[in-house]
Ligand binder design. Structure first.
Ligand SMILES: NC(=O)c1ccc[n+]([C@@H]2O[C@H](COP(=O)([O-])OP(=O)(O)OC[C@H]3O[C@@H](n4cnc5c(N)ncnc54)[C@H](OP(=O)(O)O)[C@@H]3O)[C@@H](O)[C@H]2O)c1
Length: 252
């Protein structure tokens, strides 16, 4: 087990949802936290205030991590402010919902860049500057089980699960790389997925969960904390699905 007290952590896409819960969880254990979003300044400021209430040091960086400049800017700001970097959580992802045959090139690029390329380039920029530490990729159960309307998102998350294993191999022994793969989480993204598929939390959970509700972002944050601190974990993606994969898959 490793303590994260005093360690420096970047969490991409942390103005709300899983990213915010993770940033607060790491701050509560003493990490110095770098939070990020593209344009939700108000939500980012709220997260910053919540983190500062824990007594942890925190800075926020507005940047689009689907570009290399954006990833580099966050890493540069982390190093300028705190002098080192220990933890990167690649949390950014977009769930663009559309039947496969209606998807155009622009949407394919947007989906892959935000969900897969962002984690690849942020990992490169961070790993170059980390003496040691770990990277966590936020994948999805959709990277292991198909969901109608989310084919490109699922392909990006499947890529993220494999690159987690590849980077564990290439970046060892100094940097460990793990991931989490939640099913639908109670966040803006999770709720908009239910809306677009014409269902609601209770009906969805009755059909898809042994647990009875959507996953709480704090549970995902706790799994991320576990993967960061348990030093024998490497190359794994932890499924957090309330038993859904035992039931067999996604039903709309
Ligand atoms: N919610 C679910 O059901 C679910 C299930 C499985 C996996 N996941 C994965 O979990 C991760 C977080 O999801 P969430 O539900 O917490 O999403 P969310 O509530 O929509 O939050 C997404 C966060 O990412 C930021 N963001 C989006 N694109 C960005 C970019 N290019 N650069 C920088 N920041 C960006 C958003 O801020 P701005 O709007 O300001 O850009 C926001 O802070 C994603 O990778 C998602 O695929 C979610």
């Amino acid at each position: 087990m490793d303590s994260i007290d005093g360690k420096v952590a970047i969490i991409t896409g942390s103005s709300r949802g899983i990213g915010r819960a993770t940033a607060i969880r790491l701050a509560r254990s003493g990490a110095k936290v770098v939070i990020n979003s593209r344009h939700s300044m108000e939500e980012l400021n709220y997260t910053l205030e919540e983190i500062r209430k824990t007594g942890a040091e925190c800075i926020s960086v507005m940047a689009d991590v689907s570009s290399r400049d954006g990833c580099r800017l966050i890493v540069d700001r982390a190093l300028a402010e705190f002098g080192s970097l220990d933890i990167l959580v690649n949390n950014v992802g977009l769930g663009l919902y559309k039947p496969f045959m209606d998807i155009d090139d622009a949407m394919i690029d947007k989906q892959l860049n935000s969900t897969l390329k962002s984690a690849i380039i942020c990992s490169q920029e961070a790993a170059r500057r980390m003496a040691s530490g770990c990277i966590i990729n936020v994948a999805s159960l959709a990277g292991a089980l198909p969901i109608r309307g989310l084919s490109i998102y699922g392909a990006a998350k499947a890529g993220l699960i494999l690159i987690t294993r590849s980077l564990a191999l290439e970046l060892a022994p100094n940097i460990r790389v793990n991931g989490v793969a939640p099913t639908v989480v109670k966040t803006r993204m999770g709720e908009s997925l239910l809306k677009v598929t014409g269902t609601n939390e209770n009906d969805w959970a009755k059909r898809n969960s042994l647990y009875g509700s959507l996953i709480d972002p704090a549970d995902v944050a706790e799994a991320i904390f576990f993967l960061i601190t348990v030093t024998s974990m490497n190359g794994q993606t932890m499924v957090i699905d309330g038993g859904q994969s035992v039931l067999g898959g996604f039903t709309a």
